[in-house]
Design a binder for this molecule. Structure first.
Ligand code: SF4
Length: 259
């Protein structure tokens, strides 16, 4: 490692703040805890570039990223992101009514050292919170594995996401998430439905993910997309003993932020 890289790595380890997009309370909209009252911490930045991403404001900050996302809209990180001290954020979490805290993004594991510090700080209090980390599953989550109150919702990206295979599928990370009982959630696109289902089945078999840890979810940021998508998906999931999830927040609010 060069001196500069080690200085950057050291700075990242010792950093006492998180790069945040938004903090809010709502109901968990997707996955195993769908419908549960939750506190959300949305972190900024992502190393992938999914064409259908529903949170482009967390990462579409360059012209190249603008090209890759379907909306082709450029966001300004100075307007979209802010720094929040870990101790302040921990207090905000402790004040939330929700028992479940969802740490999402962007890709929250890009700030894994600070996420670990945040969870440690919350755990030091007498208030018990559960955490779900929503990740694309491309970073080994080693620093978070010792926490008993952390679960991983791993949304591996399929070919239809538009990411290169080498970026979206990192075997060492997927194996680790599978070994610790991660819950795998897959976005199934309307236009590549059969191909997406076949790829989920292949990944499930390859990484020996039990079917009870697989969720499939229709792509879409409109209520119509969600209703037609789930109708198409349910019988297919039933055949394979997979779970299904909608995007409950889209059904409840449409394509809104911070809910
Ligand atoms: S990994 Fe998640 S946050 Fe990143 S681009 Fe894909 S959908 Fe968006």
């Amino acid at each position: 490692m060069s001196q500069l890289s080690s200085e950057v790595a050291e700075e990242s380890r010792s950093r006492e703040w998180l790069l945040i997009s938004e903090v809010f309370s709502s109901h968990q909209g997707e996955g195993p805890s769908c419908g549960e009252l939750s506190g959300f911490v949305r972190l900024g930045g992502c190393g992938l570039a999914c064409v259908y991403c529903d949170t482009p404001y967390t990462w579409v900050y360059t012209e190249r990223q603008q090209e890759l996302h379907q909306e082709h809209k450029l966001y300004d990180p100075k307007e979209q992101l802010g720094r929040l001290h870990i101790a302040s954020l921990a207090n905000e979490i402790l004040d939330m009514k929700a028992n479940l805290i969802v740490i999402t993004g962007g890709e929250p594991l890009l700030q894994i050292n600070q996420v670990a510090k945040l969870i440690s700080t919350v755990n030091e209090s007498l208030v018990w919170k559960r955490f779900e980390i929503e990740t694309a599953g491309v970073i080994v989550p080693d620093k978070l594995l010792t926490f008993e109150n952390v679960k991983f919702n791993v949304s591996l990206k399929l070919a239809s996401s538009g990411n290169a295979d080498s970026k979206r599928l990192v075997p060492s990370a997927i194996e680790k998430f599978a070994a610790v009982g991660g819950r795998f959630k897959f976005v199934i696109c309307r236009n590549t439905f059969q191909q997406d289902i076949a790829e989920v089945a292949q990944l499930q078999q390859h990484y020996r993910i039990p079917p009870e840890n697989v969720w499939v979810m229709p792509e879409g940021v409109t209520q119509l997309d969600q209703v037609s998508g789930i109708q198409r998906l349910m019988p297919v999931a039933l055949e394979r003993s997979w779970n299904v999830t909608t995007r409950l927040h889209v059904l409840g609010y449409g394509n809104e932020r911070g809910i």
